[in-house]
Ligand binder design. Sequence first.
Ligand SMILES: CCCCCCCC/C=C\CCCCCCCC(=O)N[C@@H](COP(=O)(O)O)[C@H](O)/C=C/CCCCCCCCCCCCC
Length: 211
Amino acid sequence: MADTFSLQRVLETFRSSLSEKKEVYIKYYIAGWQELVAFMNSLGNVFSFISKDVVSKIQILENFLSGENRSHYVTIQSMVKYELENDLVDLTKRGSHPESGCRTLLRLHRALRWLELFLERLRTSTEDSKTSVMCSEAYNESLAQHHPWLIRKAVGVAFCALPGRDTFFDVMNAGDHTQVVALLGESLPLIAEVYQITEDLYAKNNLLELP
Ligand SMILES: CCCCCCCC/C=C\CCCCCCCC(=O)N[C@@H](COP(=O)(O)O)[C@H](O)/C=C/CCCCCCCCCCCCC
């Protein structure tokens, strides 16, 4: 991973995550999240409880990717098939498989929806738009529905420490504001496609509420 965040690289990793058959490569999906975590770390310690959670989930998936059953963890589709066929997923309450690939990836999948909603707000924002408002609106429409009160409160506090819109645009390292907006316009359909493919797969297999 490079030192400085670049929106272009996030776009490339999510683009690489889609196979010709429209399956999602876990390796690149994780790489996209690693880029985003690097960005979040650059925002300061107030976000460390969030990035630690993402890093631990990335680590769980990386262990599957390099473990003895790695051939089943190439795509999200192959992972779901393998874990379901071999009863490796806690479907209704946490039991012998508390850290299955399916439930771990589901947490990142829900966060991807937050990202999509937030970036769409950023893309269409105006000079006086507040990142904290855009972030919390996107959060309330997505992840918040899956988080208990205490987490929602902590996340609300963290949002207040977000830098302004101009800083976000600069940190993306994608040129001037017009170029950033154009790149966001290119990135969002890709992120949305990866999200939708995963959502449909999880819905088809009744995996959207894994404990
Ligand atoms: C393109 C540049 C601009 C955007 C860059 C954004 C970078 C964001 C990077 C990561 C986003 C956060 C991902 C959060 C994943 C949360 C997964 C989750 O829901 N975990 C909870 C449930 O897990 P289990 O307990 O069931 O294992 C866990 O309880 C949560 C813990 C921490 C709170 C997570 C809050 C997420 C808030 C999302 C907004 C992040 C704001 C970042 C600001 C840029």
